[in-house]
Design a protein around this ligand. Sequence first.
Ligand SMILES: Cc1ncc(COP(=O)(O)O)c(C=O)c1O
Length: 216
Amino acid sequence: MKNFTPDLDRLKAMGRYRSVGLPAGVDFSSNDYLGLSTHPALRQAAIEALQGGIEIGATASRFLRGHRQAHEELESFAAAYYGCLRTLFFPNGFQANYALITTLIGRYDVAIFDALCHASMRDGLHAAQCMKVKISHNNLEAFEDALKKPIATGCNKWILVESIYSMDGDIAPVRELLMLAEKYDAILVVDEAHGTGVSGATGRGETEGFAHNRLI
Ligand SMILES: Cc1ncc(COP(=O)(O)O)c(C=O)c1O
């Protein structure tokens, strides 16, 4: 069996060894910008749902018996809110990115992704069998160069970005990327983890107002 001690020592030497600890002090590092984790209205909604008899846990996959009226209501509300045809919720962002990429991006497709895309997108891309092209951060010219390259008939070109980047807090040129997607017959995937509720004219994120069949 492999001894992991040298690996752990190496991580320690690089300052990359991590362990979990209880949070303390002022929060400058979580994603809870809007304070939703302690919002009274959300707490009340959870209490009412429990008192109303909602099950604890999914009981099964949604394909079996895990699909509930509450899911339907949430997803139709979100579709109307974002002005799109349908929405599909996942338990967390990691699963959403991983599932989307490994399910929709086919073996002979090409995924053109920003170098600062979140680890969940990178993990999805790692698992996907498609061709991958990493683009230096927010470099529209490099995105276009990659999009110009031909691919096999019946396959898709995908552009993957974040709207507001978690690492640097800067913004993707969503409008220009959507124009490139149109020009080169590609599909644009925008991870709005840090845009939802924070940016856009009414808080719907950087993609607000861009309801488009090339946008996910
Ligand atoms: C841009 C982005 N996408 C996806 C995720 C993953 O989300 P979750 O923590 O809900 O799995 C994060 C998490 O910080 C993120 O910053």
